[in-house]
Design a protein around this ligand. Structure first.
Ligand SMILES: *[C@@H]1O[C@H](CO)[C@@H](O)[C@H](O)[C@H]1NC(C)=O
Length: 231
């Protein structure tokens, strides 16, 4: 079975120029723990999770990214990213905070929404929704407790999303995560039932999950918690 992270990493070959904010670097050193699902027999139409990122490293040597990602392996990678750079003041973050922004990675490079700072204990709700035109993906990032908007991005990325997974990505000799990450109540909704989607779940590098279940005959898949240990 093809592991989603392999798909996602393989898609990440381009560099991107982004105005007034750091852009992604191609040198990927290592990955932290992950949990992923896919490919599905049907296609994903909605995916929502709430990430508690844990405290960001107080100093950063490279770049460190936390993200739930969604792709079909060859198309765009929808990935709202929590980011730790040597200087994270570009989004207003202070020591120990992350910058979060909705983002998409594809052949064009990286495109991002506006960024906001988040603290380690913040609950960051990240929703990916396929609009009624059946091709536009809207990322909506909010504080799950307050409802405050943190970032958003909309792009035509096609209706064929089949994989979803978490990534803890360390680039350019990064300072790794110093705290665990937790993803709460991850819900992936498919266009039509796929009773075997749950069988595709895979975890790597110490990540664990609890409460994998489905409803509506295999159309809606829920993972109660995903726990990713510190690096
Ligand atoms: C992935 O999605 C893109 C964009 O919709 C599409 O062009 C491509 O054929 C898809 N690839 C697979 C393997 O389904």
């Amino acid at each position: 079975m093809q592991h989603l992270l392999t798909l996602l990493a393989g898609a990440s070959l381009a560099t991107a120029g982004v105005l007034n904010a750091p852009s992604r670097i191609i040198k990927r050193d290592s990955w932290g723990g992950s949990v992923s699902l896919g490919p599905s027999k049907s296609t994903i139409v909605n995916a929502v999770t709430t990430l508690i990122p844990g405290t960001a490293p107080s100093t950063q040597n490279g770049e460190l990214f936390l993200w739930p990602g969604m792709s079909n392996g060859t198309g765009d990678l929808i990935q709202t990213t929590l980011e730790s750079w040597p200087d994270n003041s570009w989004c207003g973050a202070t020591t120990g905070q992350w910058c979060v922004r909705a983002s998409v990675f594809g052949g064009f490079g990286q495109l991002d929404g506006t960024a906001s700072p988040v603290s380690g204990s913040d609950k960051v709700r990240i929703e990916y929704n396929l609009e009624s035109d059946d091709t536009t993906w809207v990322q909506t990032v909010t504080n799950a407790d307050t409802g405050a908007a943190l970032s958003s991005y909309s792009i035509d990325a096609g209706p064929y999303m089949t994989g979803y997974g978490t990534g803890t990505e360390c680039d350019d000799s990064c300072t790794g995560t110093i705290a665990a990450q937790q993803y709460l109540n991850t819900v992936i909704t498919l266009a039509s039932a796929d009773t075997t989607f749950g069988d595709t779940i895979a975890s790597a590098s110490g990540a664990t999950y609890t409460g994998l279940s489905s409803s509506q005959g295999g159309k809606v898949w829920t993972i109660s918690t995903i726990n990713v240990p510190a690096m």
